[in-house]
Design a protein around this ligand. Structure first.
Ligand SMILES: NC(=O)c1ccc[n+]([C@@H]2O[C@H](COP(=O)([O-])OP(=O)(O)OC[C@H]3O[C@@H](n4cnc5c(N)ncnc54)[C@H](O)[C@@H]3O)[C@@H](O)[C@H]2O)c1
Length: 322
């Protein structure tokens, strides 16, 4: 059993990671301010009264440093973030307070706690900027030229992780996540389109596709992503590692897969392309295979079906859970 701490553990990816860590017999502390996450996501976890503790705290607060130092996690998974790119554009200082200053508090806490390892949720969709098509799927060696304050913050934390490793021998792995989708996801997140299509298709509402729908994303299922976090607890030290499928899926194709799963025949509405939207995106996961022994295994068909089932259960008032 390992003592672990998950920041952002009430969120979409964080809570799925918490369930996995508890299932593997580890103890888990969660720090979350519930700004976008929810205790409902931790319904199962909170039954594990001996192994699980929830701390309602804001990572911007310096008290978080003492809290982490007291809890002494051996492995700290840092997922708490202001995770909305548009919010970061509208409020860059706020984004930096949470995503840079908050992350520094978490790193200070890990250092004071004598933690062995920090696994960080970075963002493969933003740190590399807008890669030219010939460099797709993007590798970790691609230059980092983020085009949003959110991407800048994620890149900066990657740099701080190197500094803490050099200065204090605090090990880290930064996972550059592709567009993560799955049960519990928020429609405003980086792969929000899956949740939006699911909600609309189940309610028989038309969906809107911006632009020609040929824009691509690398959709990776949350269970696969959580498996990468769990593996990174003991492997991949000192590295940035892409966590994606390497496959580009167009928004049109995503819609077609999900519409066919529910038997919908209606066509989506079309609207003008959104300015600044990335045209193509995918991440090369070869390094993850070598250093984490990780490969994605969930197909888009199976993963989106799990999302549709979860949304249907939510609408019918069934308990949370995939
Ligand atoms: N979902 C994706 O596709 C994706 C892609 C790349 C990177 N990421 C990163 O993965 C992590 C998890 O993302 P998610 O999709 O689960 O988002 P999420 O919004 O569901 O989770 C973030 C969690 O952090 C908490 N939080 C926010 N500000 C906080 C603060 N100041 N103090 C304490 N807790 C705070 C929220 O309440 C929430 O529970 C984030 O760091 C995000 O940037 C996500």
């Amino acid at each position: 059993m390992t003592r672990t701490l998950v920041t952002g553990g009430a969120g979409f990816i964080g809570s799925t990671l918490v369930d996995r860590l508890l299932a593997e017999g580890h103890s888990v502390d969660v720090i979350d301010d519930l700004s976008s996450g929810s205790l409902v996501n931790l319904t199962d976890a909170r039954r594990a009264t001996k192994e699980f503790a929830f701390h309602h705290a804001d990572i911007r607060s310096p008290e978080v440093v003492d809290l982490i130092a007291r809890r002494r996690p051996e492995v700290l998974f840092h997922l708490a973030a202001q995770a909305d790119v548009r919010v970061s554009v509208a409020r860059p200082a706020f984004d930096a307070e949470v995503n840079v200053i908050g992350s520094l508090n978490v790193l200070e806490g890990a250092r004071r706690a004598g933690s062995a390892k920090v696994v960080f949720a970075s963002s493969g969709g933003t740190i590399y900027g807008a890669p030219i098509p010939s460099s797709l799927p993007v590798r970790e060696s691609h230059p980092q030229q983020p085009l949003s304050p959110y991407g800048v913050a994620k890149k900066a934390v990657g740099d701080y992780l190197h500094v803490y490793r050099e200065l204090y021998e605090l090990e880290f792995t930064a996972l550059a996540l592709a567009n993560v989708y799955g049960p519990r996801q928020d429609p405003h997140g980086e792969a929000g389109v899956v949740a939006i299509f699911a909600g609309n298709l189940l309610a028989n509402r038309p969906s809107t596709i911006f632009g020609d729908g040929h824009q691509t994303r690398d959709f990776v299922f949350v269970d696969d992503v959580v498996d990468a976090f769990a593996r990174a607890a003991g492997r991949g030290s000192g590295l940035l590692v892409n966590i994606g499928t390497g496959v580009e899926t167009s928004v049109n194709d995503l819609y077609a897969v999900m519409a066919s799963a529910v038997g919908a025949t209606s066509q989506p509405h079309r609207a003008p392309a959104r300015p600044g939207e990335l045209i193509r995106s995918s991440l090369d996961p070869s390094r993850a295979a070598i250093h984490l022994g990780w490969k994605p295994w969930t197909t888009l068909e199976d993963g989106t079906l799990a999302v549709l089932r979860w949304f249907r259960a939510q609408a019918e008032g069934s308990p949370a859970g995939p």
